[in-house]
Design a protein around this ligand. Structure first.
Ligand SMILES: *Cc1c(COP(=O)(O)O)cnc(C)c1O
Length: 416
């Protein structure tokens, strides 16, 4: 059985421990929500000043060239590539995950329409992040070509749901609620056997678990940078397309940034070769620049080391909560098996919302997702073993004391 002293010792000899200094968190806060909005990298403030004061304020329009603004989506894409098993010049950072999903979904459907127009089914999980499902619905409605959505109710049902009628399997690698982790290589191989293409949503994987897009044979991938990648609130998302599929079709948002000669100002669209064609319009440079600060922290370590610590942190949290909260109506919904677990842990509690609010009141920040799910994210870059211990003890205290029953913890806020 672990003790708090053991946790202090683990932190003291943790080779990733010093990386905590790369981030700024308020005093007295244990931040377990880096899976929703990553913490602020220390250099971000300085970088923001530089972009606003110097690049914008002094460089003005010239900064598109002199400060490298125009090249940022590609340049940062290359820095991210290493974390997701993508190659050089294969990733751009741009737009939002929802928008990038729209682009790759249309592209994938067009590739399939050329190969076998009878494939009309898009398979995904009912518990997928809602925007993924909504974007498919909206697209099917827009196209009016008989596309339909097949929603499966459990991760184990995915393989059987992907068949010869399937155009695309849209799979979020780590489920945002349960933390369930899919086997990318196995599911991709299965989809390909049926002739289906795969789109991988890496929102809860990038920077959280090792990802090997190329090694897995994946077709398309999208994901955000404001969660585990610590790019800042609403920082632009990323998109990757397997090189052999990239130039087969146009992506649908044919804006001038994706044109082969952006400043040719030609009357006709001609997509850029390479991943640059997945850009659409002018990028939010101040926000995009912050992504670099998030990525820099990852260059001081590697995903294997982060994964080991992440599993140790989630193991410890599960062990502590189970040992200490046995009498309370808590149900672990995150897989115990390491190979099926992402980097967050979720427990169901009938009054999960109020319990989370009471925890936040004590400086332990997790979050709540409908229905009844309390979510705790463990980001090995800045979370220590003693944090995990103390967070579990705070949960014990909130539950044992019934503190969560206070009226003020019951009122729902706009963002939960
Ligand atoms: C967070 C998240 C998104 C967010 O999409 P945005 O367009 O960036 O708001 C999409 N999909 C999944 C699986 C997510 O976890």
């Amino acid at each position: 059985m672990t003790t708090r002293e053991d946790c202090l010792a683990l932190d003291a000899r943790d080779p990733l421990g010093p990386l905590r200094e790369e981030f700024v968190l308020p005093e007295g806060v244990i931040y377990l929500d880096g899976n929703s909005l990553g913490a602020r990298p220390r250099p971000a403030l300085q970088r923001a000043r530089e972009v606003v004061e110097k690049e914008w304020g002094e460089g003005l329009i010239g900064s598109w060239n002199s400060a490298g603004w125009r090249a940022l989506p590609e340049r940062l894409g290359n820095r991210l590539a290493r974390l997701i098993g993508a190659g050089e010049d294969e990733v751009v950072i741009t737009d939002t995950t929802s928008i990038n999903l729209f682009k790759v979904l249309v592209a994938a459907l067009r590739v399939q329409a050329d190969r076998d127009p009878s494939r009309k089914v898009i398979v995904t999980e009912r518990s997928n992040f809602p925007t993924d499902i909504y974007m498919v619905e909206g697209l099917a409605d827009m196209l009016q070509q008989g596309y339909s959505l097949r929603l499966v109710d459990a991760p184990e049902e995915l393989p059987a749901a992907i068949g010869t009628d399937t155009a695309v399997a849209l799979i979020t690698q780590v489920n945002y609620k349960t933390g369930h982790l899919h086997d990318m290589a196995a599911l991709t191989a299965l989809a390909h056997e049926c002739g289906a293409l795969t789109i991988w949503d890496l929102c809860h994987s990038a920077g959280a678990v090792p990802v090997d897009l190329k090694g897995s044979g994946a077709d398309y991938a999208i994901g955000c940078t404001y969660k585990y990648l610590n790019g800042g609130p609403g920082s632009p998302a990323f998109v990757w397309v397997a090189p052999h599929l990239r130039e087969l079709v146009w992506q649908p948002l044919t804006g001038w940034w994706g044109h082969v000669r952006q400043f040719g100002m030609e009357a006709r669209y001609e997509p850029a070769p390479g991943i640059g064609r997945y850009l659409c319009g002018t990028q939010p440079i101040t926000s995009l620049a912050m992504v670099e600060c998030g990525l820099e922290a990852f260059e001081k370590t590697d995903m294997q080391a982060l994964r080991e610590k992440s599993l140790a942190l989630t193991d410890l949290f599960i062990e502590r909560v189970r040992a200490r909260c046995g009498e309370h109506p808590l149900t672990l919904v995150t897989p115990l098996e390491h190979a099926r677990r992402g980097s967050h842990v979720s427990f169901e509690h009938p009054e999960g919302y109020a319990v989370i609010q009471a925890l936040i009141d004590r400086g332990v920040i997790g979050d709540y997702r409908e229905p009844r799910i309390m979510r705790f994210g463990f980001t090995p870059l800045y979370t220590g073993f003693t944090d995990v211990w103390d967070a579990a003890e705070a949960l014990v205290d909130v539950l044992d004391s019934d503190a969560w029953r206070a009226e003020r913890f019951m009122t729902r806020k706009q963002v939960t």
